[in-house]
Design a protein around this ligand. Structure first.
Ligand SMILES: [Zn+2]
Length: 451
């Protein structure tokens, strides 16, 4: 067969056959590597026998491609081992062409392992391994800037996964398969210049606190405001559901499903919503008291100093009536256990991670939608899609050795190397930094169905 339908310069096509779902191509290598993998010797290598490998290649015209490749078995006289000759462009260990491996990696961002495995005719495990290697390669290419303010949160995709954000950049740095302290510690240790992190916003998960204290002892830990007030929302919800359950008559109708309505702040309700809410509150005095407690917890965040905030909290705590002490106990526990970290919010700059919540909701939706996303695939696509990267120019000060005009000129005139001065000067340099995945661009991509 004269035409090289494979378009692989290293192989000569000898024969070609087509079945319903496969192309079979017989080929031989133009060149082989005659180097012993055992002792690296390339002298004293002799041909020993022939072997036919079945190598998979990128599917063509909707059909899987199998290359039947005759490769010599070689024997190394130096160490007496026999081995199969290596062929350029072929990954013999995986029984696939190198270009197929690249193709599988890219495809696996879009399709499930099973779909690709079926198309190429390899097993799913191979697809998974190739994809893992591809992702590791991408990881090296996308170097992320370590933030000054780091956010650690989690997302529940079957299980809890830790997510890391750049709070100033509103960007995603990474997601981990779990949220164990050891995993978080390992991740934090991989961050370059991690000492630059001054603040870290976390939710009330002690694993995060322990990890940050261990790896970043000088970083100020701030419990995210959003997670504090959502404890009160959860407490109110317990009360609402109980009342709804106990009153299945007219007044309680719809109360069971009114979660979204009550989650909103009072000031954010429309006139119509306000009427609905006050209707229920008038009918159920205990619901009204719980609602008032939930709304008043936000007041803590309206003061200036940690002392005032703690005072506001103590006042709030003293107004919890006995009937509500059980559902609101979780709020009290949170304040008692996390007091210094909750109050760190008031120290200087207000650090919060709240913007990740809408991202969380959208990722969960994509994950649930039955698009066959595994966590690894979703993670790789979210983190390494080029159009989602948030790249910014940053200026930074660098210390450089001073070069005096006369020294440089004289050295050049005398054909000497430029002398090194002992004096340093500070220069401003501009470079492009990658802050990670831009969350608002990502949300647009989710909304427009690009995932
Ligand atoms: Zn050898």
């Amino acid at each position: 067969m004269p035409v090289n339908i494979l378009n692989l310069p290293g192989l000569t096509v000898l024969d070609f056959k087509e079945t319903n779902d496969e192309y079979h191509i017989k080929a031989s290598p133009i060149e082989i590597v005659r180097c012993c993998p055992n002792c690296d010797s390339s002298n004293n290598i002799v041909s020993h026998a022939w072997r036919t490998l079945v190598i998979r290649d990128i599917p063509s015209h909707g059909k899987a491609v199998a290359i039947h490749l005759d490769v010599p078995r070689l024997k190394c006289r130096s160490c007496n081992k026999t081995f199969t000759a290596a062929v350029p462009e072929v990954d013999a260990g995986r029984e696939m062409t190198l270009r197929l491996a690249k193709w599988v990696g890219r495809q696996a961002l879009e399709y499930t392992y099973a779909e690709i495995a079926k198309q190429v005719k390899v097993d799913e495990k191979t697809v998974r391994n190739v994809f893992d290697e591809y992702v590791a390669e991408l990881e090296k290419q996308y170097k992320r800037e370590t933030p000054i303010w780091l956010g650690i949160d989690e997302i529940k995709l079957k299980r809890f996964r830790a997510i890391f954000t750049n709070l100033h950049g509103r960007s995603l740095i990474d997601m981990l398969p779990d949220r164990y302290t050891s995993s978080v510690v390992t991740f934090l240790n991989t961050l370059p210049d991690k000492e630059r992190i001054t603040h870290c916003a976390i939710d009330m998960w002690s694993g995060y606190r322990r990890a940050v204290q261990e790896v970043l002892p000088n970083t100020k830990i701030v419990v995210d405001k959003f997670h504090v007030v959502s404890k009160a929302n959860a407490a109110f919800d317990i009360v609402r559901r109980k009342i709804a359950k106990e009153s299945n008559n007219g007044a309680g109708l719809g109360l069971k499903r009114a979660h979204k309505l009550f989650e909103k702040r009072r000031d954010d309700l429309t006139d119509e919503q306000y009427l609905t809410v006050t209707g229920w509150l008038n009918n159920f005095p205990l619901l009204a008291t719980a609602y008032d407690l939930k709304e008043r917890l936000y007041f803590i965040y309206e003061v200036e100093t940690p002392e005032e905030a703690w005072g506001e909290y103590l006042h709030w705590e003293s107004t919890i009536p006995k009937e509500l002490s059980k559902p609101f106990r979780a709020v009290k526990t949170a304040f008692r256990n996390w007091k210094p970290y909750i109050l760190n919010y008031f120290d200087d700059q207000r650090v919060t991670n709240a913007f990740t919540e809408s991202f969380n909701a959208k990722v969960r939706e994509v994950y649930r939608n039955g698009r066959g996303y595994t966590f690894e695939r979703l993670r790789a696509k979210v983190l390494y899609t080029d159009m989602l990267q948030k790249r910014v120019k940053v200026q930074e000060k660098v210390r450089v050795r001073k070069q005096r005009f006369e020294d440089v000129a004289t050295a050049r005139y005398m054909c000497l190397a430029t002398p090194m001065s002992d004096e340093y000067e500070t220069q401003i340099r501009t470079r492009v930094a990658n802050l990670g995945t831009d969350l608002s661009t990502l949300e647009h991509a989710f909304d427009s169905g690009k995932f």
